[in-house]
Design a protein around this ligand. Structure first.
Ligand SMILES: *Cc1c(COP(=O)(O)O)cnc(C)c1O
Length: 401
């Protein structure tokens, strides 16, 4: 057996089969490229679902992490540490908000948002105890915890994991009329992705986000934007909400916030909302740890230059132009997305998304399928234009058959 086959066989024997990875075993990575255990190089066109927006082994991020590793890595929130205040201040500034509640994973940020919205609903809005409702969208992806999958519409994500957490109303994504109809005095929040990533990079109809903003403001409901995947540069702006000039009441951030180095997530909102917490009511052993704060501070500094957003916008225009040419040609049904982020619906007779991904892997390009015959393309924002073009050429070759 090859080194690759060995590694895969032993992973299959000793790890739960909750993933079906492509048969590549990565050993090292740099920028937009990964090298496997046999020395083969692959172009990373997934970027860890946007956790690697700044590329593999980004110098600034690795240096920030290394320097912090030598100082202090963990204190718990039982004590203050000297990176915490800066992290919260700078992140609030980046978001144009006032307060930050740091966690680790995206799902935890979503859980924190659910708890925050409910508490705000009872303490500030005056919803009767236990009656708070949160409106979410069909085909959402907000993570894998029991409460979060309770409001998923994906049978794979939900089946066999009940009983489910109550308190959620599901409405079609992009449908303001349905959202308005679902709202009652007990609605505390609307929780949506400004672009639905896992659903296939679905961009809502123009005016939708602005409409959600108007409706939620009018009804005294919190607008929670899950920007865990769409935020921090991916779409060509710091936040995908900016494309409609919308500022929500709460941003949920994760993935790229940890620079591909450590898991860092956060809920960012106003003092009126996050101010509802008192000591002991919520927490996390690792949330806001010194290493996480040091890396995230560097991520924030990099985003403050605007260069990554600009790069995503420029390369994104190029990507969508090239994919748009394919969309007319009989092999691609539709292309969606914004910035350096695309969902590509391949003609089903050419293969499932998985099969296309495997063929791309043989040509040394790594992508991930979503449902059916859709693949998503989301390379690190630091990818070179020539590399992006080379990756697109491999896709054209695969589609040529
Ligand atoms: C990835 C993702 C999450 C969950 O993040 P984890 O870190 O995997 O828990 C939540 N919301 C969105 C939009 C995501 O893309």
């Amino acid at each position: 057996m090859s080194t690759t086959e060995n590694a895969i066989a032993s992973a299959e024997a000793h790890s739960a089969h909750n993933y079906h990875p492509l048969p590549v075993v990565v050993a090292t990575a740099d920028g937009a490229w990964m090298t496997d255990v046999e020395g083969r190089r692959y172009l990373d066109m997934l970027a860890g679902y946007s956790a690697l927006n700044f590329g593999h082994g980004n110098r600034r991020l690795i240096d920030a992490a290394r320097a912090q590793l030598e100082r202090v890595t963990l204190t718990s929130r039982a004590f203050h540490h000297d990176r915490f205040a800066d992290f919260c201040t700078r992140l609030a500034e980046l978001c144009g908000m006032e307060m930050v509640l740091p966690m680790n994973t995206g799902a935890e940020a979503v859980e924190t948002a659910v708890k925050t919205a409910r508490k705000w609903g009872y303490r500030v809005k005056g919803v009767p105890d236990g009656m708070a409702k949160i409106i979410v969208a069909a085909d959402n992806f907000h993570g894998r915890t029991t409460t979060v999958i309770s409001f998923s519409t994906d049978p794979e994500a939900r089946a066999d994991f009940g009983p489910y957490t109550p308190g959620f109303e599901i409405v079609p994504y992009g449908d303001l009329t349905a959202m308005r109809a679902a709202m009652t005095e007990n609605t505390v929040a609307v929780l949506i992705e400004p672009i639905q990533g896992e659903a296939g990079v679905l961009v809502p109809p123009p005016g939708y986000l602005a409409g959600v903003r108007e409706l939620t403001r009018e009804r005294g409901v919190l607008f929670i934007a899950d920007e865990i995947q769409s935020g921090l540069g991916r779409t060509g702006k710091t936040f995908a909400c900016e494309h409609e000039g919308v500022v929500p009441d709460m941003y949920l951030l994760g993935k790229a916030l940890g620079g591909g180095v450590v898991p860092v997530s956060a809920v960012v909102s106003s003092a009126a909302v996050l101010g509802v917490y008192r000591p002991g009511e919520h927490g996390s052993t690792f949330g806001g740890n010194p290493l996480a704060c040091a890396v995230a501070l560097e991520v924030i500094a990099m985003l403050n230059t605007g260069e990554y957003q600009q790069r995503a916008a420029e390369l994104g225009d190029h990507l969508h132009h090239e994919l748009g040419l394919l969309a007319g040609g009989g092999s691609v049904q539709a292309v969606r997305g914004r910035g350096l982020w695309a969902g590509v619906d391949i003609e089903p007779e050419l293969g499932t998304g998985r099969e296309i991904s495997e063929k791309l892997m043989e040509r040394r390009v790594l992508v991930k399928d979503t449902h059916g015959s859709t693949i998503r393309i989301a390379p690190p924002l630091v990818i070179g234009k020539e590399d992006l073009d080379w990756g697109l050429e491999q896709l054209r070759e695969v589609l040529r058959g």
